[in-house]
Design a protein around this ligand. Structure first.
Ligand code: NAD
Length: 486
């Protein structure tokens, strides 16, 4: 089969995007991408080796050191980024559909996070970089000092499968704005969609080597992390992998940001409104079939309202529509892979074997004999010390935990190794804000949870190091340099 440069409607992706060209892999391993809702073959992708990663890093290094990108003005970069955004927008519908097929994300959500948001982030950082003072001169004791902000260099970006397009763009957009060059290593579970970035980059006229894309597994991901020509690693994924990557970057004194897992709490106070909670749970706890790092899978409820909230949650989850994510009426799609389904089912067994009370779900949905579907599941009377309350499930399995008063709510919310998302539900905004301020977490919502791409996002404790998004996200890709003058 002939692979052309623009293959946005072709699901086979057997070449890598290196130096602005579609190049043959140096190894022979391939990966078959399966559709989450059916288990059927979607397409084939090549798996990169250390040698492919090396070629991609070489192209990125050259584009930074010798190529035009490292010497462009912010205005020139912004113009290229706007063209890149337009080229992605032209492909938004097919990209959204492809990701839904890959990982089971409901199509409406996919249109927002894989269709619209990546282009939006490019446009946002294109405008921000035009306003950042990249060189200022200030008086010093001996004369003056020029304080410059330079691109950090070659960026190794490693992404997970749950929001593959937007999480890659959390890194690509600020890196491009800063003048960095990039090697993106996506996750094999979403093997196909990232190459749309290559199609769009070429259409937009991004210079060769500025963005390179090589699908690979963990081993060659590790080769990217430790490659001597990589200056900064931007990682989103599990805490377990983040620990390894962070340790290696520490050893190499390499800049690194880590966006990791979570076990976030939705805190329902005594004066909370149950209808408001149910209206917001779709985003707070069930977004992308709960395959979301900020999923609020611990639902803490004031004991005075506990029975009513548990009842309402059971009813709510029983009524969620589970099915093919390409059907716009579907609220819960399948898990991304069979392996992941088995992991989620394992946690349901953990709940069943504990003292917790299963109040809804707990198995595979009736009538779904293909694909990797699981019933939205709620366990009540979970203790915060239980495995189900400590570990990230990454699927629609909720643990409801009672508390007595706002102080205990804060104490339980904070009794976690993680600190990524969260929410507080109360009819008194000031009371909710007082609790929100005390929870040790990177982001938290009041009576809703909607991520704001214009504000810093990231985790405390085991949920990560550093922040992406907002104007602050640019700081990850700029280095300060002081030039002393007499
Ligand atoms: P994962 O850690 O298994 O894999 C993530 C990526 O890292 C993949 O591309 C994988 O190939 C690569 N990788 C794994 N080990 C590596 C290593 N040692 N060196 C280099 N690369 C390596 O995670 P996943 O299962 O793909 O994603 C789910 C996890 O991601 C969850 O824990 C979730 O909470 C987390 N996540 C966090 C955020 C956030 O912003 N904090 C966002 C989305 C997902």
């Amino acid at each position: 089969m002939t692979i052309t440069a623009d293959q946005s409607t072709d699901l086979d992706r057997t070449r890598f995007f290196i130096n602005g060209e579609w190049v043959e892999p140096l190894g022979t391993e391939t990966h078959t991408a399966l559709e989450a809702a059916t288990g059927e073959r979607l397409g084939t992708a090549s798996m990169g080796t250390d040698a492919d990663i090396n070629a991609a890093v070489g192209a990125a290094r050259k584009a930074l050191d010798d190529g035009p990108w490292g010497r462009t003005t912010p205005e020139e970069r912004a113009a290229a980024m706007h063209r890149f955004a337009d080229a992605l927008t032209a492909r938004a519908e097919s990209t959204s559909k492809l990701v839904s097929q890959e990982n089971g994300m409901p199509i409406g959500l996919s249109s927002a996070f894989n269709g619209a948001a990546p282009a939006g982030l490019l446009q946002m950082y294109a405008e921000i970089i035009k306003t950042v003072p990249l060189e200022v001169e200030r008086p010093s004791v001996t004369g003056s000092t020029i304080v410059r902000r330079e691109p950090v260099g070659v960026v190794g970006a490693i992404t997970p499968w749950n929001y593959p397009q937007v999480l890659a763009m959390f890194k690509i957009a600020p890196a491009l704005a800063a003048g960095c060059t990039i090697v993106l290593k996506p996750s094999p579970e979403t093997a196909l969609d990232s190459y749309v970035f290559g199609d769009a980059a070429n259409e937009a006229g991004l210079p060769p080597g500025v963005l390179n894309i090589v699908l690979a597994g963990r081993e060659s991901g590790a080769a990217l992390v430790s490659h001597p020509d990589v200056d900064k690693v931007a990682f989103t994924g599990s805490t377990a992998a983040g620990r390894i990557i962070g340790a290696e970057c520490g050893r190499l004194i390499r800049r690194v940001t880590l966006e990791l897992g979570g076990k976030s709490a939705a805190v329902f106070l005594a004066d909370g409104d149950i209808d408001t909670l149910l209206a917001g749970l779709g985003m707070a706890s069930f977004m992308n079939n709960s395959q979301t790092c900020t999923t609020q899978s611990r639902i803490l409820v004031d004991r005075s309202r506990y029975a009513d909230v548990v009842e309402a949650l059971a009813e709510y989850t029983r009524n969620l529509t589970v099915g093919n994510p390409l059907d716009p009426s579907v609220q819960i799609g399948p898990m991304a892979s069979e392996t992941h389904l088995n992991r989620v089912m394992g946690y349901i067994d953990v709940g069943r074997n504990s003292d917790a009370r299963l109040v809804s779900g707990g198995g595979r949905p009736a009538g779904q004999d293909r694909g990797w579907f699981v019933e939205p599941t709620v366990f009540a009377d979970v203790k915060n010390t239980d495995q189900l309350a400590r570990e990230e499930v990454f699927g629609p399995v909720m643990a409801v935990i009672p508390f007595d008063g706002d102080d205990e709510a804060v104490q339980i919310a904070n009794d976690s190794n993680y600190g990524l998302g969260g929410s507080v539900w109360s009819s008194d905004d000031e009371r909710a804000l007082a609790v929100a301020r005390r929870v040790r977490t990177g982001t938290i919502g009041v009576n809703s949870y909607n991520i704001d791409l214009g504000s810093p996002f990231g985790g405390m404790k085991d949920s990560g190091v550093g922040r992406e998004l907002g104007p602050e996200g640019l700081n990850n890709y700029l280095e300060y340099k002081s030039i002393y003058k007499v």
